[in-house]
Design a protein around this ligand. Structure first.
Ligand SMILES: [Zn+2]
Length: 92
């Protein structure tokens, strides 16, 4: 392995310990819920989920899947994506 590759690997290891360097602007994930699989999406600062709770807007514009993703990815989300309208619901 040449030295420039070793340098890249070392840098990658360092970056991997600093997740705050990364900020998701959009992604899509399959979330295995207790009853079914759901698709959770982040577009900019807007979250969506295909579960019934989210689509019915019964509890604001969030659901347990979106809230879990916000906790898992907290250091890699913008403040709006991390808290947004959901923070109000989460605090109650
Ligand atoms: Zn959901």
């Amino acid at each position: 392995m040449n030295s420039s590759m070793i340098g890249k690997i070392e840098k990658a290891h360092r970056y991997a310990r600093e997740p705050e360097r990364i900020q998701f602007s959009q992604f899509e994930a399959t979330f295995r819920g207790s009853h079914d699989d759901y698709t959770v999406r982040l577009t900019g600062t807007d979250w969506s989920c295909t579960c019934h709770t989210f689509e019915s807007h019964a509890v604001g514009d969030t659901c347990s899947h979106v809230m879990a993703m916000q906790q898992i990815l907290a250091s890699m989300l913008s403040a709006e994506a991390k808290y947004g309208a959901q923070a109000v619901v989460g605090a109650s």
